[in-house]
Design a protein around this ligand. Structure first.
Ligand code: ADP
Ligand code: ASP
Ligand code: MG
Length: 469
């Protein structure tokens, strides 16, 4: 059902301390004067990383740092509460709720340390604590500005499959719960502040949507409630022609298409979680990327149309922390099912395959996966090809971590001859050797694998070649 509604998500830096949270609350207040608003919030910046680090320490049985870590989290959130909430009773209630959540974290970490085992399910429960700590603070800040607001745990609303660490939403059930859980609040003029990143299975087991997943939470809720738009408030002015940390002169793009944004996100542009556009693309609901530190700026509009770029290449992206996996050896020429078996293995481990190439002689199949998927995937491949490895038909399954993917993205690349030539010419002049190349038939992107140490130089050279600044 379509209704006048805006979903707005605030990322980690946008809720990084009391001042940022107040600024976010003011943005919500201004928007809520025009239409109902659902806020979605990330953990305060740095918190998710620290939670994951704590989980890894616990897994290794190193319990001595856990206490200081939990105290640091307590301090961070209590300081924010002091800066935001003047009413002593309300502040006490928030601090008590924070203490209860940290108590749960303590138990989860001690349990992990005791077992010396960190299951994906336990990691989800631990890494999702940050959003449960930040949402009550943001709701309190909105309340302090004179609006009605309440924190809502997304575990009650977003229902996912049980794929811990990278769960996918089950939309029919999520829609039902959003209708019953959030719609009445909106009708009563209450701003729900929903925890990003986390969700739960139909049985209530906590899951997460993957790192950076609060963006995805926002569009899932937007789609579930039939919102008119989703705004992702972050720490940059919008989507740029390249990651500004790699290319300082990168330029703001006022408009891009769903396809372009999806390609950029898929190939590592951290400004958007890779799945963010999935829930809203079919309905054509626009997504805005805007700077919470400078809310007067218009930001980037992501919609079906986008806007074309002169030379076809609109933006560049690069991704490191990936592994190039090669299944190879002269003996695999005759193995007709080698592709099927390789991808059955990546599919079983649900590895994110970013890039695939195969040489015509079939001596080597190589694909790039996220580093986090490497261990499980290489083990699965070794198992899948165990008989051939024993007989030396398959000679090696190699994992090379010293690589990065660099990709050029733009809808107009289709039908613009010479883009690939210019791309490889520019990299050649820079002395960067290309390890592998891929271009999808959609021609929205051309990507290549280079040595990790050449990644930044490659992006800068291409930025200059296509005059993107
Ligand atoms: P948040 O905490 O708000 O979710 P993120 O750190 O996840 O913010 O994403 C914003 C960051 O994404 C920016 O600070 C920027 O460094 C990075 N980024 C990478 N590629 C791009 C790009 N093409 N345009 C804008 N920002 C980008
Ligand atoms: N807090 C989570 C993370 O750091 C989710 C997010 O920020 O979007 O990955
Ligand atoms: Mg993010």
């Amino acid at each position: 059902m379509k209704s006048s509604l805006c979903v707005m998500k605030f990322g980690g830096t946008s809720v990084g301390d009391a001042t940022c949270i107040r600024r976010a609350a003011e943005i919500v207040k201004a928007a809520a004067a025009k239409q109902p608003v659902v806020a979605v919030v990330s953990a305060m910046s740095g918190v998710t990383n620290r939670l994951i680090e704590a989980a890894r320490h616990a897994e290794a049985g190193e319990e001595k740092n856990l206490h200081s870590l939990i105290e640091a989290l307590r301090e961070q959130h209590e300081t924010a509460a002091k800066g935001l909430i003047n009413d002593a009773t309300k502040r006490k209630a928030i601090v008590a709720a924070c203490a209860a959540t940290l108590e749960e974290l303590t138990r989860l970490l001690h349990g992990t340390a005791l077992l010396r085992e960190l299951t994906p399910r336990a990691l989800d429960a631990i890494s999702g604590i940050g959003e449960r700590l930040s949402a009550p603070l943001v709701a309190a800040a909105i309340t302090a500005l004179g609006l009605q607001s309440e924190p809502v745990s997304a575990t009650e609303i977003i229902v996912t499959d049980a794929h811990h660490g990278r769960a996918e939403p089950l939309m029919p059930e999520t829609r039902k719960r959003a209708e019953s859980g959030l719609r009445p609040m909106l009708k009563n003029g209450i701003v729900p502040v929903v925890t990003g990143f986390i969700a739960a299975t139909a049985d209530g087991v906590p899951t997460t949507l993957g790192r950076g997943g609060s963006d995805y939470s926002a569009t899932i809720l937007g789609a579930a409630l039939g919102a008119d738009e989703t705004i992702i408030w972050t720490d940059v002015d919008g989507v740029k022609t390249a990651d500004p940390r790699l290319v300082p002169e990168a330029r703001m793009l006022p408009e891009i298409s769903y396809n372009e944004a999806a390609e950029l996100a898929y190939f590592g542009a951290k400004v958007l979680h890779p799945n963010t556009l999935r829930p809203v693309t079919a309905a054509g609901v626009p997504v805005w990327i805007r700077n919470s530190f400078e809310p007067e700026k218009p930001g980037t509009k992501i919609s079906a149309a986008g806007k074309s770029a002169r030379n076809g290449v609109k933006a560049l992206t690069a991704i490191r922390d990936v592994t190039l996996v090669t299944v190879g050896g002269p003996g695999i020429v005759g193995l007709t099912d080698v592709l099927a078996r390789s991808f059955a293995a990546t599919s079983a481990t649900r590895a994110n395959v970013l890039f695939v190439t195969q040489s015509s002689s079939q001596n080597d199949i190589c694909f790039v996966i996220e580093r986090a998927d490497e261990k499980r995937t290489v083990a699965a491949l070794n198992e899948a090809f165990a008989p051939e490895i024993a007989e030396h038909t398959v000679e090696h399954i190699l994992a090379d971590r010293n690589v990065a993917i660099v990709a050029a993205v733009g809808e107009n690349m289709r039908g613009t001859p010479g883009v690939a030539g210019r791309m490889f010419g520019a990299l050649g002049r820079e002395g960067i050797s290309i390890i592998a190349i891929a271009q999808g038939s959609s021609e929205f992107n051309i990507s290549c694998v280079v040595e990790a140490s050449a990644m930044q130089r490659a992006v800068r050279a291409l930025h200059a070649e296509f005059a993107l600044a």
